[in-house]
Design a protein around this ligand. Structure first.
Ligand code: CDP
Ligand code: MG
Length: 736
C-alpha cells in the first residue's frame, strides 16, 4: 500500500478516507506492459526499424540540407532562442533519428502504415519531413485527426516549429473554424472535414499526401475516409492495388500517397485493407511506469481522483499530474473542488496550477497546458481521452486514471431508441495502457488507477469501431451525394444492418431520399450544410415559412460546442429568475431565440466588458454566443449558395419557426399521455421533459425535442410545443 504522508491527516479537507492502492504488479511485469509495445510486430509483417539507422555521415548531410535549402526550418542567421530551443526539441524526438529512412520509405511506397508510441513525434514531424523532402510536390499534405482540439493545437505547434504564422504555410480546418490560405502546404483537419471535401472534390486532388492519423481510434469518418482513399488512389495512381480493373482511369500526373499513423500496434487490419502497404515502426522512448490499482472499486471517481491528487501532491516529488476523466462536466466539477482545497494549502507548500483540456474548448484556450509550470508549482491537467494518444503534454510524471470515458452509441429503434447516446462507460485495456504510458515519457512515472486489477482484466481489449455503434444518417447522406452507399463501399468493417436501415428511414422521413433510396434535391441541399441533417432540413423549411433569420439564430446556438445556459447549483433561484426573462411559452427553441436577440441588442449598444457582465448576470455562457455568431456567418454563406435569403424574418410570430423546426425534428415528436408522460410518435419510448427545459412542468399535447438523454429514465431535451394539426400535415407530406 502507498505510504501515508505524515501531513496528510493534519488538514481538515482530507478527513475522508483516500482510496488505498495496492501495487500488486511486480516491477518486471509492469515494465513488460510497456516494453510489449516495442516488441515484435504481428506475424507476417515486415518490421522496418527506422530508428538508429542513420550513419553519422547521413546525419551530417541531412543537417546541411536543412540549413541550406529550407530556410523556414532553420534560418541560419538571427534564429531567436525560442526557435533554437524548438528546433532542439525537434531534433531530440525519437522519430528524428529515422528521418532519412522514413523519407526513403515514403518515397518508395504508395501506402505506408506508420506505428509508434505516443509522443515519438509522428504527428508533428512527419508532415514537416514530407514537406522538406519535396515529396509533396506542389500539393498539400493533409493530416487528419478525429478531434477538433487536436487538429487546432497541433497546427499551432507545427506553425511555431516552422516559424511561420498559423494560417500561412501551416493551417487547419475544422468544422466552423478554419485557418489556411492558398499558401498552405500542411493542413491539419478533422476527418469529418476531409470527408466533407469529397463532395466538392471527389478525388481530393488538392492533396498529394494524405496522412490518416490516430487510425487506431477507428472513428466513423476515419473509416469512411480510408474506404474512399483506396478508390481515389486507384484512380489517381493507376490500378496497382486491384487486380483486373484495367479500365480505371489513372491520372499519373497527380498521384496520391497515403500514410496511416497509429499509436497502437494492431496494424494487421490496415495492412490487409491496403494490400501492399509498407508497415514501419518508430521506436518510442518509454520509461518504466509503476502502476497502482485501487484495492476497491470507486463509485465516485471524481471524488476519488481529487483525493488521489492531493495524496500525490503531499507525498510525491515535483512533477505534473494528468487526470483522465470522461467529459467536460466532470472536468469542470473536479476543477472547482481541487481549486477550493488548493487555496487552503499551507503557504510553504507547492502550489497547484489546474489546466482543463476537453473537446469543447476554443482554439488556443488550452495553451497553458503546454507551458512549463512556474517554479514550485505542480500542474494538474484534467483531460478527456484527448490526452490519451492525440496530444502529448510535456512534464507529466503522474497519471490518475478514472477508467472512464464517454462513448457515442446508437440505440436501436427496437429497444425504444433509434438515436445516438453519449454514455459514460469503462475504458478498454488498450486505453488504460496508453493512459499509464503518459506518465513515463520523460522519466520513470506513476499511474494510479481508480479501479481494481480485476476490473482492468475484465475490460475489453480494444474499442469497437465507431461505424459499428453510431448513427449513420449524416454520413449516409454525404455518401449519397457523391454517388456512394454504405452497402457498397469497401469498408474495413461493415456497420450493423439495423443502423443502416434506421439511417435510411431517417433520411426518407426528412425528404432527403426518395422511395428508391435516391437522393432528392432537398437531400442535396441538406448535405450542403455542415450540420446534422435535421437542422439542415429545418433551415430549408424556413425558406418556405419566411423565418430563415430566426431558424439560423437557433440552429447556430444548438451547433455551438459549449452550452448557452450556465448551471449553478448554489444559485439555483437566481438562475431560474434570470431564465424567466427569456422564457417563451412555446418552449426552449424560442427561449434561445429571445436570448440571442437580447444579446444582439446589448452587443450593439454596449462595450465588451458590459456585454460580459450582462452574460454573467444572466447565467449565460458568452463563449457559446460568440461561437454561434461565427457559425451563423458560415451558415449564411451556405444559404447564399443555395439561394436561400438568410435575412428573411417572421418578426414576432412563433409558429413559422416551430413549423420549420418541426420539419427537421419530424422524428423527434412525442404526444402527451394521460399519465403526464410523453410517447414518441416514431419509436416506442416513453419520455419525460428534461428538468432543465422551460416546459418541464407544463403539459403540452405534442412536443418536438432536440435529443433524448438517458439517466435513470429517458428525458427529452430542447423541447418546444407543436400543434397536433401540424403533425398531421407533416405526416401527410411524408406520404406524398
Ligand atoms: O504523434 P506523436 O504522438 O508520435 O507525437 P507528436 O504529437 O508529434 O508530439 C511530439 C512532441 O511535440 C511531444 O513531445 C509533444 O510534447 C510536443 N508538442 C508540444 O509541445 N505542443 C503541442 N501543441 C504539440 C506537441
Ligand atoms: Mg500523434
Amino acid at each position: 500500500a502507498v505510504k501515508k504522508s505524515p501531513h496528510f491527516n493534519d488538514r481538515k479537507p482530507f478527513k475522508r478516507p483516500r482510496p488505498s492502492f495496492s501495487q500488486n504488479v511486480d516491477d518486471e511485469r509492469k515494465r513488460k506492459i510497456f516494453v510489449k509495445a516495442n516488441g515484435p510486430l504481428p506475424n507476417g509483417f515486415h518490421k522496418s526499424p527506422v530508428d538508429g539507422h542513420l550513419s553519422t555521415k547521413a546525419r551530417k548531410s541531412l543537417t546541411l540540407k536543412e540549413n541550406g535549402a529550407s530556410s523556414s526550418v532553420l534560418s541560419s542567421s538571427g534564429a531567436s532562442s525560442k526557435q533554437f530551443s524548438l528546433q532542439e526539441q525537434r531534433s531530440k524526438l525519437p522519430i528524428a533519428k529515422g528521418k532519412d529512412a522514413l523519407i526513403r520509405e515514403f518515397q518508395a511506397h504508395d501506402v505506408t502504415v506508420l506505428l509508434g508510441e505516443t509522443g515519438s513525434g509522428k504527428t508533428t514531424q512527419v508532415p514537416q519531413y514530407l514537406l522538406e523532402s519535396g515529396l509533396a510536390r506542389d500539393g498539400m499534405i493533409a493530416v487528419t485527426q478525429p478531434r477538433k482540439v487536436a487538429a487546432t493545437s497541433l497546427a499551432t505547434r507545427v506553425a511555431a516549429e516552422q516559424n511561420v504564422t498559423l494560417g500561412t504555410s501551416v493551417g487547419y480546418s475544422v468544422r466552423f473554424d478554419e485557418r489556411f490560405s492558398s499558401e498552405t502546404r500542411i493542413k491539419y483537419m478533422t476527418d469529418g472535414m476531409i470527408v466533407r471535401e469529397l463532395m466538392s472534390d471527389p478525388l481530393l486532388s488538392k492533396y498529394s499526401i494524405i496522412i490518416v492519423d490516430e487510425a487506431h481510434e477507428r472513428s466513423l469518418r476515419t473509416d469512411l475516409l480510408i474506404a474512399n482513399l483506396k478508390t481515389i488512389q486507384r484512380q489517381r495512381n493507376g490500378s496497382q492495388h486491384v487486380k483486373g480493373k484495367g479500365k480505371d482511369r489513372a491520372d499519373a500526373s497527380n498521384p496520391l500517397k497515403i500514410i496511416i499513423m497509429s499509436a497502437t500496434l494492431d496494424a494487421e487490419k490496415f495492412g490487409r485493407f491496403f494490400s501492399g502497404a509498407k508497415i514501419l515502426y518508430v521506436q518510442g522512448r518509454q520509461h518504466p511506469v509503476k502502476i497502482y490499482h485501487s484495492s476497491q472499486g470507486q463509485l465516485d471517481y471524481v471524488d476519488a481522483a481529487m483525493r488521489t491528487f492531493f495524496q500525490i501532491h503531499t507525498d510525491y516529488p515535483l512533477g505534473d499530474v494528468l487526470i483522465f476523466l470522461p467529459g467536460q462536466e466532470d472536468i469542470e466539477s473536479l476543477e472547482k473542488t481541487i481549486q477550493i482545497y488548493a487555496n487552503q494549502l499551507p503557504q510553504d507548500r507547492m502550489s497547484v496550477l489546474i489546466c482543463p483540456m476537453f473537446a469543447a474548448q476554443a482554439a488556443g484556450q488550452n495553451s497553458k497546458v503546454f507551458l512549463p509550470a512556474s517554479a514550485n508549482t505542480r500542474k494538474c491537467i484534467l483531460a478527456t481521452n484527448i490526452a490519451e494518444t492525440s496530444i502529448t503534454i510535456p512534464g507529466v510524471k503522474y497519471v490518475i486514471d478514472t477508467g472512464k470515458c464517454k462513448e457515442k452509441r446508437f440505440l436501436a429503434r427496437n429497444t425504444g431508441g433509434g438515436f445516438d447516446t453519449l454514455l459514460t462507460r469503462d475504458i478498454t485495456q488498450s486505453s488504460a495502457m496508453q493512459r499509464a504510458g503518459r506518465a513515463g515519457r520523460e522519466g520513470a512515472g506513476h499511474c494510479f488507477r481508480l479501479y481494481t486489477e480485476d476490473a482492468f482484466k475484465a475490460m475489453p481489449l480494444s474499442a469497437e469501431p465507431e461505424i459499428m455503434r453510431c448513427s449513420l444518417s449524416s454520413s449516409l447522406l454525404q455518401l449519397k451525394c457523391i454517388g456512394q452507399d454504405l452497402e457498397t463501399l469497401d469498408l474495413m468493417d461493415q456497420p450493423a444492418e439495423e443502423s443502416m436501415k434506421s439511417s435510411l428511414i431517417v433520411l426518407f422521413l426528412l425528404g432527403a431520399l426518395n422511395r428508391e433510396k435516391e437522393i432528392t434535391s432537398v437531400g442535396r441541399q441538406m448535405a450542403a450544410f455542415p450540420l446534422e441533417p435535421i437542422y439542415g432540413r429545418a433551415i430549408i423549411a424556413s425558406k418556405e415559412y419566411g423565418c430563415t433569420q430566426e431558424v439560423l439564430d437557433i440552429v447556430s446556438i444548438l451547433s455551438a460546442s459549449s452550452k448557452l445556459f450556465v448551471e449553478s447549483s448554489e444559485q439555483r433561484d437566481a438562475v431560474s429568475e434570470a431564465r424567466k426573462k427569456f422564457r417563451n411559452v412555446c418552449g426552449d427553441h424560442l427561449t434561445i431565440l429571445n436570448v440571442v436577440r437580447s444579446y444582439q441588442e446589448i452587443a450593439q449598444s454596449e462595450g465588451k466588458s458590459s456585454r460580459k457582465e450582462w452574460c454573467r448576470r444572466h447565467f449565460l455562457n458568452e463563449r457559446a454566443l460568440l461561437e454561434a455568431s461565427d457559425i451563423r456567418d458560415q451558415l449564411r454563406q451556405t444559404c447564399q449558395r443555395l439561394g436561400i435569403d438568410h435575412g428573411v424574418s417572421c418578426g414576432d410570430k412563433d409558429d413559422p419557426v416551430i413549423y420549420s423546426l418541426g420539419y427537421g425534428l419530424a422524428m423527434n415528436i412525442a404526444l402527451l399521455q394521460p399519465d403526464g408522460t410523453y410517447k414518441q410518435t416514431i419509436g416506442q419510448s416513453t419520455v419525460k421533459i428534461h428538468p432543465g427545459s422551460s416546459l418541464c412542468d407544463k403539459k403540452m399535447p405534442a412536443i418536438i425535442y432536440d435529443e433524448l438523454v438517458y439517466t435513470n429514465q429517458i428525458y427529452a431535451r430542447g423541447v418546444s410545443r407543436i400543434p397536433k394539426s401540424f403533425i398531421v400535415t407533416l405526416g401527410a407530406l411524408k406520404q406524398s
